[in-house]
Design a protein. Structure first.
Length: 387
C-alpha cells in the first residue's frame, strides 16, 4: 500500500533524525533469537507508520504505548537510498524499543533476487540485530496476486524466497521470515498485468483442480508456500475496503467479517468466498506458525464527516479486538494498524485509514485496546547508533 514516491519522501525526515547514541559506551546487546519473536500468549500491537510525517516516538506518544512492531517497505534489490533509510528506521526502533517488519518488494522481478543480493540483505540485518533490533522480513507479499512483477509465478517465487531465507537464517539469527499472500477473495484476480494464463510456465502448478483453468476453486495459497523450514511466520493483510466492488463507498463492515476472512468462511455482500481454505488453521495451526495481520484498517473517505468516520472505524476495530479473537485464535501473534492518510487509486479519492489523527477516534481507539495486546519492551540501552 506504500508507493515508491512516498518512500522517497520518507527518507528526508528519517535521515535528518538525531543519531545520538543513547548508550555512549556501546554495551553489547544480548543475542536475539529470530525464531522466537512471537509472545507465548497474546498479540503484538504494531503500526504501519507514515514515516515521512511523524517519528516512531511521536506516534508512541499519541498511542500512549510504544508499539511492538513498526512496518516499513523497500525495493529489493535495494536502491541507493534504501540502506540508509532502513538504518534510520531501525535506529528509531533501537531508541524506542520494538522490532522492524521489513516488506521487500522485488520490483525488477524475481530474477534480480540473487544470492549476492540476499547476502547483502543478511549483512544489513545482522548489524541491526547486533545492535538490539529484531527484524522480520515479509518477502514479496501478495505473491498470489496478479498486480506485482513477482505475482503468480510459484516456482520462481519459492526459489527466490528460499534464497533470501537461507541467507537470513544463516547470517542474521536475530531475524525471521514471513510468508504473506493476499487474502484470496476474488482469486485468481483476472486481468492483472502479471496474471498467469494457460500455457504460462507456472500455470500447471496453480491449476490445482487440473481442469485447465484458474478459478476460485483452485487453491490460492498452497502453490506458493516455500516450506516450513524457510517460513517462520505466516501473515495476511485484512482490510475493510467496503462491502462491494468498486471500492468507492465508506460503509459499515458486515458483522463477523474479520473472522470470516481469516478463516475462509466469508459469504456476504462482496460474494461467496466460503470455498477458500481456512488460512488461520491450515498455515497457523497445522504448520505450527505464528500468524500475523501485517496490515489492517477500515476504508473511510476523508470527507464523509467525523461521526460517520468514527462509526465505521470503531465497527472494524471492535471486530479485531473482540475477545473471541483472542480465545479462538491463539496463534494470532501480531496485528499492525495502517496509520496513513493517502490517495488510493482503487477509490479515486483520499482515504483516511488512521485511528489516531482525530481526537475523538483517538480516544475511543486507545481506550478500546485489549489487555492481551503486547507493546515494545523498554528502549534498548545497548549497541551503537545505526545512523
Amino acid at each position: 500500500m506504500v508507493s515508491r514516491l512516498v518512500r522517497l519522501v520518507m527518507a528526508a525526515l528519517l535521515l535528518s533524525l538525531c543519531a545520538c547514541n543513547i548508550n555512549p559506551k556501546a554495551v553489547p546487546c544480548d543475542p536475539i533469537d529470530g525464531r522466537n519473536l512471537a509472545p507465548d500468549t497474546g498479540t503484538l500491537m504494531g503500526v504501519n507508520l507514515e514515516w515521512g510525517r511523524e517519528t516512531l516516538a511521536e506516534y508512541s506518544e499519541k498511542l500512549g504505548e510504544r508499539p511492538a512492531v513498526a512496518v516499513t517497505f523497500a525495493d529489493f534489490p535495494f536502491n541507493e537510498e534504501d540502506p540508509g533509510l532502513l538504518a534510520s528506521a531501525a535506529e528509531q526502533l533501537r531508541q524506542n524499543g520494538g522490532m522492524l517488519l521489513l516488506t521487500l518488494e522485488p520490483m525488477d522481478g524475481l530474477d534480480a533476487v540473487t544470492s549476492e543480493r540476499a547476502d547483502e540483505l543478511a549483512a544489513l540485518l545482522a548489524r541491526f540485530n547486533t545492535n538490539g533490533v529484531p527484524v522480520i522480513i515479509r518477502f514479496a507479499h501478495e505473491m498470489n496476486g496478479s498486480w506485482y512483477p513477482w505475482g503468480q509465478q510459484p516456482a520462481e517465487y519459492i526459489a527466490a524466497y528460499r534464497r533470501v531465507a537461507d541467507a537470513v537464517h544463516a547470517q542474521a539469527p536475530g531475524s525471521a521470515m514471513m510468508w504473506a499472500p493476499n487474502y484470496a477473495g476474488g482469486y485468481p484476480f483476472a486481468g492483472g498485468e502479471f496474471e498467469s494464463l494457460p500455457g504460462a510456465p507456472g500455470f500447471p502448478a496453480l491449476d490445482t483442480t487440473g481442469d485447465g483453468t484458474l478459478t476460485a476453486f483452485d487453491d490460492p495459497y498452497a502453490p506458493y508456500y516455500p516450506g516450513d523450514d524457510a517460513v517462520d511466520w505466516v501473515g495476511m493483510s485484512l482490510y475493510h475496503w467496503g462491502n462491494t466492488y468498486p471500492w468507492s463507498e465508506s460503509e459499515m463492515p458486515e458483522e463477523g467479517k474479520f473472522i470470516d476472512q481469516l478463516t475462509g468462511t466469508y459469504n456476504g455482500k462482496n460474494g461467496n468466498d466460503s470455498m477458500l481454505p481456512d488460512f488461520y488453521t491450515q498455515y497457523g495451526v497445522d504448520h505450527g506458525k505464528p500468524v500475523a495481520i501485517p496490515e489492517t484498517a477500515s476504508l473511510v473517505q476523508a470527507d464523509i464527516g467525523e461521526l460517520r468516520s468514527l462509526n465505521i472505524k470503531r465497527a472494524w476495530w471492535e471486530q479485531v479486538f473482540d475477545p473471541t479473537v483472542h480465545k479462538r485464535f491463539p496463534h494470532l501473534k501480531m496485528v499492525n494498524w495502517f496509520e496513513w492518510n493517502k490517495m488510493e487509486p482503487e477509490v479515486g479519492a483520499p482515504v483516511d485509514w488512521t485511528v489516531l489523527e482525530n481526537n475523538t477516534t483517538h480516544d475511543e481507539f486507545t481506550t478500546a485496546l485489549p489487555d492481551w495486546y503486547h507493546y515494545a519492551p523498554e528502549p534498548h540501552t545497548c549497541g551503537e547508533p545505526l545512523t
